[in-house]
Design a protein around this ligand. Structure first.
Ligand code: ACM
Length: 534
C-alpha cells in the first residue's frame, strides 16, 4: 500500500512537473536538464546587462519589448550585477560564436553568450519555454512565466537557410520582414533572396533603369495548371527599391540573419532581354518578360557588353548586401541559342573550348573572378561545378546530393538543398486535398529524414557541408498566406536538422514536439499546413 501511494505521488509529481514545464523545443537543444517550477516575471523584475555584456543591449531590449507587448509588463534594460528576480545577460568568452547557456530557476534567469547572436538564440529558446502568449501582440493580464531548466546549446551548422523566389511573384516588404521574423524564431540565419527570373526582375539597379521599368513587369500570367495554358490577361509587376532593400538588410541584421541575393545568369534571364536585347544572342529579337513557367531558351550571350552589364549590376548589389556570398544562379541554361549563334561559336573556337557547356563555365568563371576580386565569394546552383571554379566558390546542391558530394570532394563548401527533401513548393499532402502546387510530393516526414552527413564523404570532406536550405519557388504561390502554408511546418524540420546535434531520427518524437508548438504557431499567426497536427 505504501509502495503504491509513493508510486502514485511520484507519478502525480512527475506529471505536474512535465505539464508545467513545456520543454517541447524546436529545434531541440544540445543539452537540457529539466528542473521543477518556473520563474515568474513581476513588476520588479529587472533585465540586467552585467559587466562586459553591453553588446547584448539590443537583444535585452527585444525581451523588454516582447514582455511589454504580450503582457504589458515594463521591465527596462539596466546595467548592474546578477541578482535575484533579474534576467541577467552575462558575457561568456568561452562559448562558440552562436552558442548560449540558459539557466532558469525560481529566482532568476541567466543568459550567457559570447556574441549577440548567442544571446539572441537564448532569447528565442526562452520564449519557447514561456506560454504561447509571449508571441501575442495583444497584452494579457496573466503573469509571464518561464519553465525552469538548464540548457547548453549551439548549432550543428553555420548555414541554416530558407529561400524565397520573388521573381515569379513579388512579395511585399512587409511579408519579407515576416518571413525573417519567423525564420529567427526557429534559429534560421540565412535568407536566400531569389531576386531575378524570366518572369520578373525585382531589384532596382540605378545604372540600368529599364530593369525596373520594363523587366519587372509581365503583360500577363499563366493561371491554373501548366497544361491548360490559360492566362489572366492582366499585367503584373513589382520590385524592391534600393532604399527598401537597405531597410530589409538592416532588419535582418537585427535578427542575426544574413541575406544572400541571387542574380540569375546566364539562364533565367529573359526579363533582362526584354529591356536590354543587346545582351542576348539575337539582339533583333523582340523579347518579352516571360508569362509562362518553365525554363526559357532566351539566355544571356557571353559578349563583353554582357559581362560589363553584369559587373555593373553586381557592383550595386554588393554595395547593398554586406554578406560575403553573392548567388549568381547558373542553373538551367539551355544552349540552343548559343549553338545557333555565330558569335558564341567563334568565341568557343577563340577560347579553345570544347562546347557550349565549357562556354557556360567560362561565363561563370568570369563572374567568379570579378566577385572574388571585390572580396566576396560566389555561390551558385550545382551546374556551376561543370568546368572548374575558384577554390572559394560555394555550391548549392539542388539536383540531389550528387553535385554537393562532387563539390565537397573538390574542397568547395556546399549547401545541401536537394529537391527530394527541401523543395517546399512540392505538395506536402495528398494533392487532391491541397491548393494547386507545382507537383512533386514532399511530406514533412521526408523533409525531416534528411541527413547531411553522407556516406560518400570522408571526415575532411564532410566539413565542407556548411549547412542546408529549403527552397520556396513560387510559380504556383502568389500570396503571402500560401507561401507561409508551404513553408510551415516544413521549415521546422529543416531548422531541426540544421541546428540540433546529429542523432538517430525519431519522427514521432519530433511530431510530438511539433504538436506542442501549435499554440505558439497559432499565437504567431502562422498560416501553417494543418495536416500533421491533431
Ligand atoms: C533550380 O531549382 N532550378 C535551382
Amino acid at each position: 500500500m505504501k509502495f503504491i501511494t509513493t508510486l502514485l505521488c511520484f507519478i502525480i509529481l512527475t506529471t505536474t512537473v512535465m505539464s508545467q514545464n513545456n520543454y517541447a523545443l524546436l529545434p531541440q537543444p544540445v543539452k537540457l536538464i529539466p528542473a521543477e517550477g518556473h520563474f515568474s516575471f513581476n513588476k520588479n523584475t529587472q533585465i540586467v546587462l552585467t559587466q562586459g555584456a553591453a553588446s547584448f543591449a539590443s537583444v535585452a531590449q527585444m525581451l523588454t519589448d516582447q514582455l511589454q507587448m504580450a503582457y504589458g509588463l515594463s521591465a527596462s534594460v539596466k546595467n548592474g550585477s546578477a541578482k535575484s528576480n533579474n534576467i541577467n545577460f552575462i558575457l561568456n568568452n568561452e562559448l562558440a560564436e552562436e552558442a548560449y547557456l540558459l539557466n532558469i530557476d525560481k529566482h532568476k534567469i541567466n543568459i550567457e553568450a559570447k556574441t549577440g547572436k548567442g544571446a539572441f538564440y537564448a532569447l528565442q529558446t526562452l520564449f519557447q519555454l514561456m506560454p504561447a502568449q509571449i508571441y501575442s501582440t495583444t497584452a494579457s493580464q496573466e503573469t509571464p512565466i518561464a519553465a525552469a531548466c538548464q540548457i547548453e546549446d549551439l548549432p550543428r551548422y553555420n548555414y541554416r537557410g530558407l529561400m524565397l523566389d520573388v521573381g515569379r511573384y513579388y512579395f511585399p516588404v512587409s511579408f519579407i520582414k515576416r518571413y525573417l521574423d519567423l525564420m529567427a524564431v526557429y534559429k534560421l540565419n540565412t535568407f536566400h533572396w531569389h531576386l531575378t527570373e524570366d518572369q520578373g526582375w525585382r531589384i532596382e539597379i540605378k545604372k540600368y533603369p529599364l530593369l525596373t521599368k520594363i523587366s519587372s513587369i509581365r503583360k500577363e500570367t499563366m493561371v491554373g495548371k501548366y497544361d491548360d495554358m490559360k492566362f489572366d490577361h492582366t499585367p503584373y509587376g513589382g520590385f524592391y527599391t534600393q532604399d527598401e532593400i537597405k531597410d530589409i538588410v538592416a532588419y535582418a541584421a537585427k535578427k542575426f540573419i544574413t541575406i544572400i541575393p541571387e542574380i540569375e545568369m546566364p539562364g533565367h534571364s529573359q526579363a533582362v532581354l526584354a529591356a536590354y536585347p543587346q545582351f542576348g544572342c539575337n539582339p533583333d529579337k523582340i523579347y518579352e518578360v516571360a508569362t509562362k513557367w518553365g525554363v526559357s531558351e532566351d539566355v544571356l550571350c557571353p559578349r563583353e557588353e554582357t559581362f560589363t552589364f553584369m559587373e555593373d549590376v553586381l557592383t550595386e548589389v554588393m554595395a547593398l548586401f554586406p554578406g560575403k556570398y553573392i548567388h549568381i544562379g547558373g542553373d538551367e541554361c539551355p544552349k540552343t541559342q548559343w549553338k545557333q549563334s555565330r558569335f558564341c561559336q567563334d568565341l568557343i573556337k577563340k577560347l579553345g573550348l570544347k562546347n557550349e557547356q565549357e562556354l557556360q563555365s567560362y561565363f561563370i568563371g568570369r563572374m567568379d573572378k570579378f566577385i572574388t576580386s571585390k572580396g566576396k565569394r560566389l555561390l551558385g546552383w550545382d551546374e556551376i561545378l561543370e568546368g572548374g571554379l575558384s577554390p572559394n566558390a560555394m555550391v548549392m546542391s539542388w539536383r540531389g546530393t550528387k553535385g554537393g558530394i562532387e563539390a565537397a570532394k573538390l574542397n568547395h563548401d556546399v549547401v545541401m538543398s536537394p529537391t527530394d527533401y527541401f523543395y517546399i513548393d512540392y505538395y506536402q499532402a495528398n494533392p487532391s486535398t491541397q491548393p494547386l502546387a507545382i507537383g512533386g510530393f514532399l511530406p514533412l516526414s521526408k523533409c525531416y529524414s534528411f541527413e547531411p552527413d553522407l556516406p560518400e564523404l570522408n571526415e575532411a570532406q564532410t566539413k565542407h557541408i556548411v549547412g542546408i536550405q529549403a527552397n520556396l519557388w513560387t510559380e504556383y504561390i502568389s500570396t503571402p498566406a500560401y507561401a507561409e502554408y508551404m513553408a510551415f511546418p516544413r521549415a521546422l524540420a529543416l531548422a531541426e536538422i540544421a541546428w540540433s546535434p546529429k542523432a538517430p531520427k525519431n519522427y514521432p518524437e519530433f511530431l510530438s514536439r511539433l504538436q506542442k508548438q501549435k499554440p505558439k504557431m497559432d499565437a504567431l499567426k502562422i498560416n501553417y499546413c494543418p495536416v500533421e497536427f491533431k
